[in-house]
Design a protein around this ligand. Structure first.
Ligand code: ADP
Ligand code: MG
Length: 680
């Protein structure tokens, strides 16, 4: 892979080919030639250093604008070359570019980079020398449509400067869209271009002009192929018999904990131990090959150097899928990597599929299958949790027990040498028990394939993801402005948005979102919301949070207010949030809910926010919320604020699968994440 920066004139030539507007220019290699070129182009001109080693020309004193005569151009040549030499004595100077001076305009940036996982990415935003400071950019993974480009343009904070702000005339938005489209075509079709930025692109009332082009090419650019993966048969994850290779009675061994967790499995369990005839009270076999019946799954805990032999035996036995918990492979450097390749080659030879290695294993609570060494097996439920970190599974499972959350599946993906995220997603998509999916992602190898698969899953079941690595630390200094403007985390977020995945930043949040979307009413149908409460303070806070998290509180139509007036106390606030006042009984809630259900064409989400008091118990309120939810197919969300006295109400809502929360900010934040995904 050899990367090199094209000269600005080479960049301009390429861009012009695709119809991107660039200034007239000529290259000069002597002061005299520069003067003559300037004369041909017409004054004033801008002159710039041409050197493959100088990336930021202004920093090197390599740009002079406003050159007004032939003499000035001759002098500018020498000045630019001298400053550049002073800036970097090593730099190879190939000449000076003389170009038409563009009129002042709004300075924007169009950039592109190649993301290791998702391929070519286009960025757009406010340009000029303050780009890093402003960080007002947006990005898209290619390919994109013209419509998406229009959205990008409108998305930046500075959009009013394009549309016309405070008496300023609107600029040529359509011309800009067409220029970005041309740039996109350039980036897509020029395969060797891996990175570029046009900064600035000047935008006028009529037209636009790119007055700087930095283009990086690679003669061996990375290729992204979207391989189609064969679906793993569902029965592979639903074994009737499991062998534990390395099963042990010694409680300090991994093989002990794994067998221990498997004891509750209703199918056949076969401990395999080459030294003992009995393990944890079960008959043990010296090798899987000695087991007198078919084995559907094997779990391997023996040390790494024994794994190749064990996989060989599993292959001979015809075991379709093997969970390799053992660590000491790819993650341990070259020797480990070679060992991993060896076991993969053996497995492939027999058509045996591998989970891991270096993983915690697999848990399918509805089937009583737990091949891991978690402290205590999780409860059955409807959420699948697929994680790239074993430690996080341990933590989450422990926490889920206290929170009474259940799982349809828990998978620790490990090194993903054979089965990877895509295969597990394909599984839970088809698994009837799974109603929602949570992903913990550190890194994805083939982003394009991931997007394709996860999009299919998200169409049927909500997918919530938590992605580690949002900090920019550790990102190598990028060779151009654009590189540092959008890190790989931003690209992941965009990939999630595009493929229907809801990104959440906390583990608790992922569960709340997944449960909310996995509830029978599914996703909210829109972002128009109403709030019904018995607390004035929470009415105000609800408005604050709704605004902060992008939830639209509707205005109640006068006719609805009139209807409410008929049974609400005279001084109710006549507004949304609807404050039923502190003395509201269940009857008042009931009547209000009935009326709002009748008018459910006006709204998409109803938040019921209640606090405990003497005239309304948490059970009464919860029962009214349940009735309300039965009267409409719109989403009802309960927020029962308070301590123990509200627990009973929350339990009623939970049992009826009505999303409920015990903190107001969290309620709106979680809903905001979902709406961001669905209705941005
Ligand atoms: P660099 O980004 O490498 O420092 P540029 O080519 O972007 O160098 O030039 C620096 C600045 O000079 C630009 O941001 C722009 O404001 C101005 N400039 C460059 N070329 C022109 C031009 N042709 N017409 C008008 N202004 C220009
Ligand atoms: Mg520039």
């Amino acid at each position: 892979m050899t990367r090199k920066m094209l000269s600005e004139s080479e960049g301009y030539d390429l861009l012009r080919k695709y119809g991107v507007p660039v200034p007239a220019f000529e290259s000069a290699t002597s002061p005299r030639a520069a003067g003559e070129a300037a004369e041909r182009i017409g004054f004033p001109v801008v002159m710039k250093i041409v050197s493959p080693q100088i990336v930021h020309k202004s920093d090197a004193g390599g740009v002079i604008v406003g050159v007004g005569s032939k003499d000035q151009a001759t002098a500018a040549f020498t000045k630019i070359v001298d400053s550049a030499k002073e800036y970097n004595s090593e730099a190879e100077i190939t000449g000076v570019l003389v170009e038409e001076q563009a009129a002042p305009g709004l300075e924007l940036i169009i950039g592109g980079k190649t993301d290791p996982a998702f391929g070519k990415v286009l960025t757009f935003g406010m340009g000029g020398t303050l780009v890093e400071l402003m960080k007002d950019v947006t990005l898209r993974i290619l390919p994109i449509t013209e419509e998406e480009i229009r959205c990008m343009v409108r998305e930046i904070n500075a959009y009013p400067l394009i549309a016309g702000y405070r008496g300023m005339k609107p600029r040529d938005e359509e011309g800009l869209v067409q220029a970005i489209l041309a740039v996109t075509r350039f980036f897509e079709e020029e395969e060797t271009v891996v990175e570029f930025d046009l900064n600035p692109l000047r935008l006028y009332e009529q037209g636009c002009l790119a007055v700087d082009a930095r283009v990086i090419v690679d003669d061996n650019p990375p290729k992204m192929v979207v391989e189609d993966r064969v679906e793993i048969p569902l029965e592979y994850f639903n074994p009737r018999s499991v062998a534990v290779i390395g099963a042990s009675s010694d409680s300090s061994k991994m093989g002990y904990a794994v067998l221990h967790n498997l004891l509750q499995f209703p199918g056949q369990i076969y401990p395999v131990n080459n030294k003992r005839g009995e393990v944890q009270g079960l008959k043990a076999y010296r090798s899987v090959k000695d087991i007198p019946a078919p084995v559907d799954m094997a779990v391997v805990t023996v040390p790494a150097n024994f794994v190749p032999m064990v996989i060989e035996e599993c292959g001979q036995k015809g075991i379709p899928i093997v969970v390799v918990i053992t660590a000491g492979f790819k993650e341990m450097g070259e020797t480990g990597k070679a060992l991993e390749e060896r076991i993969m080659a053996i497995a492939k030879g027999y058509g045996t599929r591998i989970i891991g290695p270096n993983c915690l294993g697999l848990i399918v609570p509805p089937r009583g299958l737990d091949t891991t060494y978690v402290h205590e097996s999780p409860k059955p439920g409807n959420i699948a949790f697929i994680s790239q970190s074993g430690a996080i599974i341990n933590t989450v499972v422990d926490w889920s027990l206290a929170e009474d959350i259940g799982f349809s599946a828990v998978v620790s993906v490990g090194n993903q040498s054979d089965l990877n995220f895509l295969d597990y997603l394909n599984w839970v998509k088809r698994d009837p028990k799974t109603k929602g999916v949570i992903l913990y992602i550190e890194e994805i190898k083939n982003g394009k394939a991931f997007m394709k698969v996860v999009e299919e899953v998200a169409r049927e079941k909500p997918v919530v993801a938590i992605k580690s690595g949002s900090s920019t630390k550790g990102q190598a200094a990028a060779s151009s402005h654009t590189g540092s403007l959008s890190g790989s985390y931003d690209v992941y977020m965009e990939a999630f948005r595009r493929s229907g995945v809801i990104p959440v930043h906390t583990l608790t949040g992922t569960f709340q979102v997944a449960e909310m979307c996995a509830s029978p009413k599914g996703y909210p149908q829109g972002k128009r919301a109403i709030v019904i409460t018995n607390a004035g303070g929470f009415a105000v806070l609800s408005s604050d949070y709704a605004e902060r998290y992008g939830i639209e509180l509707i205005d109640l139509p006068p006719a609805v207010i009139d209807e409410l007036n008929e049974f609400l106390p005279e001084f109710w606030n006549k507004n949304n949030p609807i404050d039923l006042l502190g003395d509201a009984t269940d009857k008042r809630f009931q009547k209000t809910f009935e009326l709002l259900a009748k008018h459910d064409d006006l709204w998409d989400i109803a938040f019921v926010v209640g606090f405990p008091n003497l005239v309304l118990t948490s059970e009464q309120l919860a029962n009214e919320v349940v009735r309300f939810s039965e009267q409409t197919d719109k989403m009802i969300v309960g927020t029962l604020l308070g301590g123990d006295s509200m627990q009973r109400g929350r339990k009623i809502l939970r049992d009826r699968q009505i999303p409920s929360f015990d903190e107001l900010d969290f309620t709106f934040r979680v809903m905001g994440r979902i709406l961001w995904q669905r209705f941005r």
